[in-house]
Design a protein around this ligand. Structure first.
Ligand code: NAD
Length: 484
């Protein structure tokens, strides 16, 4: 039994409303049971949300506000989130599965985006361009207007916070399409917007099916900019819809990221990188360390260490895992769990060996054993396709060139890592890795301040950091002819 309210609505134009497409059941992946129901938006709901956001944009209520004041509102949303952290984190764990302590990290991370971007509102400055005595020329940055944010289920609260905070900071209005499996916590972003005094219609949040509400939103003629995180296939559908309206997109489409572990690496320290890199959020992280590419001389030692890490994790319902520690929750759904288990079976049939885990767990809920696969070769499907689960593939290399070749050998290019005590080797690898972000001697090194995004099939555009602010503004040049 949980005390989650039985029915959740969408938030359009400052009002909580039912959905034109009915309702969807939200499951608790920690038990496999139904948690509650959520309103499901249809194209007409999307239309109303976009109209509300457009009206607020045209009114100038946000776009014309002094940026430092707008930034204050954005920062206040972060404070509101922290004030409600316990309830948000609990709901997040119940709908998404992650241990409670991980949910708290996600909620605090979300608040940090509002602090970071809100703080920079008045730093989005133009410049003056010299054209000689006859002219005065300057640039300004203007918001696009209505921005659409299509959110994945793995970090539903933090991903929305990431783009919402930057979009509001720069004076845009927002329509959010929440993921259909984990829509609940986004409700606190609506109440945050209301609590800090944003005008009704500035932030609209609706849950709907991807091919219905998602497609209606990404093809809407009044949407001026789109942010998407999720699968490659959906990214292509969204950017195709955007192209038809000549609208820019930011696409963050996952990865198959590799950590190169050299013969001089500190393997004791690396255990911690594995713990976080592939078992945090049960591996459902776009920048997960899904491959370890280790020098053949350290292979056996590394395998022993990572196997011990995988076997040491206590796996069970996230709501019972309140403290930071050696534990892991379920995957988001039985469907995602079965997909990952199927990829493991296929890899074993192709010659991989499961030295830890490899199977679904025989308890209710969407549980998969923390898994380590050895004997993985670069040609195998498991070495190229995103599992999006707690599954680590270990590959071997003989020399530095081969390590880079394996690391760069997938269509993706989100992040990469190199573990060595040799600065020259680390710097060379950092240059050669085809990825938007490189970690040296610590997986996930960086933060809200560091730009994040992909090369290749991992997408384009950057989120986080200063870079992300430029996603939400367009440059206007103003040239003034001076008299005489
Ligand atoms: P998805 O890409 O289908 O869904 C992500 C979001 O896009 C959801 O909100 C969904 O409703 C929406 N969507 C789906 N089809 C749409 C369409 N035609 N137009 C507009 N919006 C649409 O991802 P999924 O089915 O939830 O997961 C499948 C795989 O995607 C996962 O196994 C994983 O490999 C990958 N994934 C990656 C990330 C990431 O962070 N990069 C996040 C989630 C999923």
């Amino acid at each position: 039994m949980t005390d989650v309210k039985p029915f959740w609505q969408n938030y359009i134009d400052g009002a909580w409303v039912d959905g034109g497409a009915g309702r969807i059941d939200i499951a608790n992946p920690g038990t496999g049971e139904k948690l509650c129901e959520h309103a499901l938006a249809d194209a007409a709901d999307v239309d109303r949300a976009v109209a509300a956001a457009k009206r607020v944009h045209m009114s100038g209520a946000l776009a014309d506000m002094r940026p430092i004041e707008r930034g204050r509102l954005v920062q206040a949303m972060g404070h509101y989130i922290l004030e409600n952290m316990d309830e948000i984190a609990r709901t997040l764990t119940l709908e998404q599965g992650k241990p409670l302590w991980e949910a708290e990290i996600e909620v605090k991370g979300a608040a940090l985006y509002f602090e970071y971007y809100g703080n920079q509102a008045s730093t989005v400055e133009g410049r003056s361009i010299p054209l000689g005595a006859g002219y005065f020329d300057f640039t300004t940055y203007e918001p696009f207007g209505v921005t659409a944010h299509i959110i994945p289920w793995n970090y539903p609260f933090e991903m929305t916070a990431r783009s919402l905070s930057a979009a509001l900071t720069t004076g845009n209005t927002v329509v959010i399409k929440t993921p259909e499996m984990t829509p609940l916590t986004n409700a606190w972003l609506a109440t945050a917007a209301e609590a800090v005094g944003l005008p009704a219609g500035a932030v609209n949040i609706l849950c709907g099916l991807g091919h219905e509400a998602g497609a209606a939103l990404s093809s809407h003629p009044d949407v001026r900019q789109i942010v998407f995180t999720g699968s490659v296939q959906t990214g292509i559908a969204i950017s195709t819809a955007a192209a038809k309206n000549v609208v820019p997109c930011v696409l963050e489409l996952g990865g198959k990221s590799g950590a190169i572990v050299h013969d001089d690496a500190d393997l004791a320290a690396f255990e911690n990188d594995v713990r976080w890199g592939i078992y945090f959020n049960a591996g459902q992280v776009c920048s997960a360390m899904s491959r370890v590419i280790v020098h053949e001389s350290r292979h056996d030692e590394l395998v022993e260490r990572v196997t011990n890490i995988a076997k040491s994790l206590s796996v069970g319902p996230g709501i019972e895992r309140r403290e930071f520690g050696a534990n892991m929750g379920p995957m988001v759904s039985e469907g995602q769990r079965d997909r990952a288990a199927g990829m493991i079976s296929e890899a074993i049939a192709a010659g991989a060996v499961a030295v830890a885990g490899g199977r679904k767990m025989n308890i209710p809920g969407a549980f998969l054993e923390p898994t380590v696969l050895t004997n993985v070769t670069p040609d195998m499907t498991i070495a190229n396709e995103e599992v999006f689960g707690p599954v680590l593939s270990v590959l071997k290399f003989r020399d530095d060139a081969e390590a880079i070749q394996i690391a760069n050998g997938t269509p993706y290019g989100l992040v990469g890592g190199v573990f060595t005590r040799d600065l020259d080797r680390a710097t060379q690898a950092a240059r050669q890795l085809r990825a938007g972000q490189v970690f040296v001697n610590e997986w996930y090194a960086g933060g809200v301040e560091t730009p994040f995004g992909g090369y290749g099939a991992s997408g384009y555009g950057r989120e986080k950091g200063r870079e992300a602010l430029w996603n939400y503004v367009q440059t206007k040049n103003i040239a003034i002819k001076l008299k005489g």
